[in-house]
Design a protein around this ligand. Structure first.
Ligand code: HEC
Length: 134
């Protein structure tokens, strides 16, 4: 077997340039890590794990006014907090949403969506977007 090319070798630089040309945001295979998922959430790529989940488990029951399913989705979302120590309000917003859904308070539901999206969405997408859900 041939030895693996060094990370900063011309081989990897070519690979990395090719990846960028294809719209893949990777630097080197080592940086991506063995468990990293393929690129997602950009045009032509599949939805990212939480993005897909959010559409089916939160946005869909919300659109159908299925309060019970929406409340269950919010409870699960509270547990999907990617960093509870650093992001304590994530679970709080999700539980606010669950309570609001059960009490049929539509405006409060929308506020819960907005609170979490404005507080955490861009950080989530930067730090965790490609991570599989637990
Ligand atoms: C506790 C946090 C939290 C709450 C509450 C929350 N979201 Fe989200 N939502 C996110 C995060 C984080 C993402 C980004 C996931 C991604 O794009 O990979 C997201 C993404 C989405 C998406 C995917 C958009 C796309 O790119 O397709 C939809 C739709 C969505 N949320 C709808 C809602 C609705 C509707 C509510 C309220 C009924 C809600 N969310 C409440 C955190 C939350």
């Amino acid at each position: 077997m041939k030895p693996m090319p060094r990370k900063n070798s011309a081989y990897y630089q070519r690979l990395s340039r090719l990846g960028m040309a294809l719209g893949l945001a990777f630097s080197t295979p080592a940086a991506a890590g063995p468990s990293a998922l393929p690129a997602c959430g950009t045009p032509g790529r599949p939805a990212c794990p939480l993005q897909r989940w959010m559409r089916t488990e939160i946005a869909a029951p919300f659109a159908k006014k299925d309060a019970a399913r929406l409340a269950d989705g919010f409870e699960r979302l509270a547990e999907l907090n990617p960093d509870p120590k650093k992001w304590p309000k994530w679970s709080q917003f999700a539980r606010d949403g669950a309570r609001a859904a059960r009490e049929h308070r539509a405006a409060a539901v929308i506020i819960a969506c907005a609170h979490c999206h404005s507080t955490y969405r861009s950080d989530y997408n930067r730090e965790f977007r490609r991570r599989a859900l637990r």
